[in-house]
Design a binder for this molecule. Structure first.
Ligand code: VGL
Ligand code: ZN
Length: 245
């Protein structure tokens, strides 16, 4: 009998070519190396939902440095180091500052494709996010605007999880310090027991993981290892992930 108190879902965040070496425009170091573990998790029938997210930007997206002229008008802002301010389209007083990136994951381009090694046949759903050119959205749930919420940015993920009576959300993918983290934060906000599988994610910033991990743990997420009880619980038998791959 399935335990109604344990209905887990797996969120596979942004395992796309542009976030992976060797050719990704915003490659996360070792980003591709986590795929075998993710595929092992995807194979577990205990997971009621297996959802991949895709960063899916229009070419004029606000997070691309190239879309922001620099002060002198001759060149554009610089990715990684420069920032821009984003305003709630319905409330000029609600703003946030956000880091700028190289152009990445432009809708329907090869860089936006899920990497070929990912076992997509196991997925139950794929969710596109970051489609609104006006806002940056790391979370797979919605943009970080709350007064009022930007309804157009809601991916429907919370509703999907609730429609399937999900209780526990396991998060893996890229990048640990951006989209994985924001997605896990919103999963907590939406009331799910939330686990980030440490070996199933990588940070974009060198040395970015330890601080990220501490802040996630301080904010209600649980960072768990692939061989720990929380992940073993996804496996029908008593085997750890290491014995499966
Ligand atoms: C991401 C930077 C920009 C991510 C997406 O998937 O973590 N990072 N867009
Ligand atoms: Zn993006």
């Amino acid at each position: 009998m399935a335990d109604p108190k344990f209905r887990p879902a797996l969120l596979v965040v942004d395992m796309q070519e542009d976030f992976c070496p060797p050719n990704g425009s915003l490659a996360v170091p070792e980003g591709r190396s986590i795929t075998p573990l993710i595929n092992t998790l995807l194979a577990q029938p205990t997971l009621a939902l297996k959802i991949a997210t895709k960063d899916w930007h229009p070419p004029n997206h606000i997070s691309f440095a190239r879309n922001h002229p620099a002060g002198n008008g001759h060149t554009t802002k610089q990715p990684f180091t420069d920032t821009t301010t984003i305003t709630n389209p319905s409330n000029p007083s609600e703003q946030y500052t956000t880091r700028l990136w190289p152009a990445h994951c432009i809708q329907s381009t090869p860089g936006a494709a899920l990497i070929a090694e990912l076992d997509t046949a196991q997925l139950t759903h794929t969710i596109e996010k970051g489609t609104d050119a006006r806002v940056e959205m790391y979370s797979a749930f919605y943009a970080p605007l709350h007064d009022p919420p930007l309804r157009a940015s809601d991916s429907g993920l919370a509703g999907l999880l609730r429609a399937h009576q999900i209780t526990h959300v396991y998060v893996v993918g890229l990048a640990a310090d951006y989209c994985v983290r924001s997605t896990a934060e919103d999963a907590v906000r939406e009331g799910f027991e939330t686990f980030v599988v440490e070996e199933g994610t990588r940070a974009v910033d060198p040395g970015g993981w330890e601080g990220c991990r501490r802040e996630m743990e301080a904010n209600g997420m649980r960072v768990v290892g692939k061989d720990g009880v929380e992940v073993r619980r996804l496996f029908g038998g008593a085997k750890g992930v290491g014995e499966e791959v």
